[in-house]
Design a protein around this ligand. Structure first.
Ligand code: NAD
Ligand code: WQD
Length: 338
């Protein structure tokens, strides 16, 4: 039975995707170096699905380790999540980001090619649109990056396009995620950031559960309806099903596609706080502070290409996002160590 390799398989988006793939009848193999995750996350996936996910501890930059994995398993496609993703950290440690994200992906692709595995789903990001001028953002919008993390994703988009152009046997889906939030409805798996969360939703959850005193809202003087930043938050289970659809698409279609995974609907920071506290009946104290450097006013997708090519659209709304994020947080106040 052919196996789908999930790099970064113990991470936030990969664990949710593993559930979708297992439920659709795929065999999966997870590979992770646990630089930002724990193996317990995959044990929880096993609990949810009734069977354990095989797991290899390895780094995607370790070519010999990848060689062994591809020799020992009948891998048919790779969903490549492994990467570092903290924007602020990337400006302090650019080489770590280029090494891990860019060099790691090059190594992975080299081993894939050697083993004739040429189907790849790649985790890109709406960050490749930089400060987009037109909303909603279509896939053919100009791309740019404002930090090393974003640069690494942009470089990889170019590298993968060159790779596919050099050998049409490659089938590649570049998925540009907007803002993934929420958790599996069981509350058993979810987002588990190390230290102080960089992203809005985990910060709100940690304030609500009492781990942090209040949320700092980064600016209320943007050119948006209420002055706070607007983003396209997408439920992580919708994002997960987008990966399933992308894999099924690649089984039918050659070439490279770059596709937005978003809902097409933006919400402001204040709308997110209000939804979280109203729906979950919990207080989220906050204070307006200065803008965060590098932030943009708004960012939301035109998700029509995903519907056209994959037959995919987001099904879950804001209520599901905040309810599921809260269930995970409450059941696991200390993440997978709870
Ligand atoms: P995550 O940190 O939870 O998952 C990434 C996983 O990759 C972690 O388990 C980490 O330990 C692993 N990893 C990192 N470097 C590795 C290496 N060299 N070898 C092996 N494993 C390695 O992050 P996530 O939110 O699940 O993100 C998954 C992917 O999606 C990343 O590539 C990220 O850049 C991209 N993405 C995430 C978001 C987001 O907001 N979460 C948005 C857009 C794109
Ligand atoms: C959302 C909104 C903040 C935290 C980042 C990366 C991007 C992508 C997703 C991977 C903004 C505001 C946030 C807080 C706040 N990652 N905010 N107080 O900035 O859209 O995107 O994560 O590819 O590359 O840049 O997401 O969740 O950090 O912020 O007011 O404590 O919430 O200003 O308007 P962002 P975010």
């Amino acid at each position: 039975m052919p196996v789908i390799l999930l790099t970064g398989g113990a991470g936030y988006i990969a664990t949710h995707t593993a559930i979708c793939l297992l439920e659709a009848g795929f065999e999966v193999l997870a590979l992770d170096n646990f630089s930002n995750s724990q193996p317990q996350a995959l044990e929880r996936v096993g609990q949810i699905c009734g069977r354990q996910v095989p797991l290899v501890k390895a780094d995607i930059r370790d070519e010999a380790a990848l060689e062994r994995v591809f020799s020992e398993h009948q891998i048919s496609a790779v969903v490549h999540f492994a990467g570092l993703k903290a924007v602020g950290e990337s400006t302090e440690q650019p080489l770590a980001y280029y090494d891990n994200n860019v060099a790691g992906t090059v190594t992975l692709c080299r081993v894939m090619a050697r083993h004739g595995v040429k189907q790849l789903v790649f985790s890109s990001s709406a960050t490749v649109y930089g400060d987009a001028r037109q909303m909603p953002i279509r896939e053919d919008a100009p791309r740019s990056a404002t930090n090393p993390y974003g640069q690494s994703k942009l470089m990889l988009e170019y590298i993968l396009a060159d790779l596919q152009a050099s050998d049409p046997a490659w089938r590649i889906a570049v998925l540009r995620y907007f803002n993934p939030v929420g958790a599996h409805p069981s509350g058993l798996i979810g987002e588990n950031p190390n230290g102080v969360p960089n992203n809005l939703m985990p910060f709100i959850s940690q304030v609500a559960v009492g781990k942090r005193a209040q949320l700092a809202v980064f600016g209320d003087d943007y050119a948006t309806a209420d002055g706070t930043g607007v983003r396209d938050y997408i439920h992580v289970m919708d994002l997960a099903s987008g990966h399933l659809k992308a894999l099924q698409y690649l089984q039918q279609q050659p070439g490279l596609v770059a596709v937005n995974l978003g809902t097409g609907r933006g919400y402001s920071v204040l709308e997110m706080i209000k939804a979280f506290s109203d729906i979950n009946q919990v207080a989220v104290p906050y204070q307006i502070v200065a803008r965060r450097p590098g932030d943009i006013a708004e960012c939301y997708a035109d998700p029509s290409l995903a519907l056209e090519l994959f037959g995919w659209k987001a099904e879950r709304g804001l209520e599901d996002m905040v309810r599921d994020a809260w269930r995970w947080q409450q059941q696991n106040p200390d993440g997978y160590c709870s």
